[in-house]
Design a protein around this ligand. Structure first.
Ligand code: FE2
Ligand code: FE2
Length: 225
């Protein structure tokens, strides 16, 4: 497939990430967000077990939704309030692009079966609409949900890496799109790709949890005149 983007995105891999960070739920809505994410994890674990390539493809199609929805709502908020977005829109759209690149990478490693393709379409229909309204009415909870999603993503990619390191999953050559995107060496393998993706997920985790903190700060201060 010819890559026609004249200005393809690139990223550098953060090698110094906290792989075990967990933010304990602090409020009722945090607890709901955490329980919701754990419930989805339960189903994902049943569905994919150790088929990590398939798991990555299906879950990255979901992971790329919140950033775009959040970016849209923050854009509309800036217009409505005639107020600067403090860089949130760019950050959220970058997250969506980054997750889409994860998908473009893993689709080179595992092709979903017909059931998974049908699942992707139906889950998008449900999840997009769910997240759209969640962000409208409860942006704080929406970011918390993503923070917890990403905690789980870091755990899953660590488990995927362990499978590769144990030789239970072939350490194939990294797809060219991944080498270009993360600026990996020409002989990079799946192992390097998983490490790069996992670092991205840890970044999303920290960004989304920190956005919750910013929303809390805004709410505890009186509205600006
Ligand atoms: Fe991802
Ligand atoms: Fe993610």
């Amino acid at each position: 497939m010819q890559h026609t983007n004249s200005n393809p995105p690139v990223r550098t891999v953060d090698m110094d990430v906290d792989l075990t960070a967990h933010l304990p739920p602090q409020s009722v809505s945090d607890r709901i967000a955490f329980a919701f994410v754990k419930l989805l994890r339960f189903f994902a674990d049943r569905l994919f077990a150790k088929r990590y390539g398939h798991r990555a493809v299906v879950l990255e199609t979901v992971a790329a939704v919140p950033g775009m929805v959040g970016g849209l709502w923050q854009h509309l908020r800036a217009l409505r309030k005639m107020q600067d977005d403090d860089g949130w829109i760019r950050t959220l759209l970058d997250e969506a692009e980054n997750e889409r690149m994860h998908l473009m990478t893993f689709i080179q490693i595992a092709q979903p079966n017909w059931f998974e393709r049908a699942l992707i379409v139906s889950v998008q229909l449900i999840f997009y609409n769910f997240y759209f309204f969640l962000y409208l009415f409860a942006p704080r909870t929406a970011h918390r949900v993503v923070g917890y999603f990403e905690e789980e993503a870091v755990i899953s990619y660590t488990a995927y890496l362990a499978e590769v390191d144990a030789g239970r999953h072939e350490d194939v050559a990294a797809p060219q799109i991944a080498i270009d995107y993360w600026q990996l060496s020409a002989d990079a393998t799946l192992r390097d790709v998983i490490i790069a993706v996992r670092a991205d997920e840890a970044e999303h985790r920290d960004v989304n949890h920190s956005f919750v903190g910013v929303i809390d700060d805004r709410r505890s201060k009186p509205a600006k005149a």
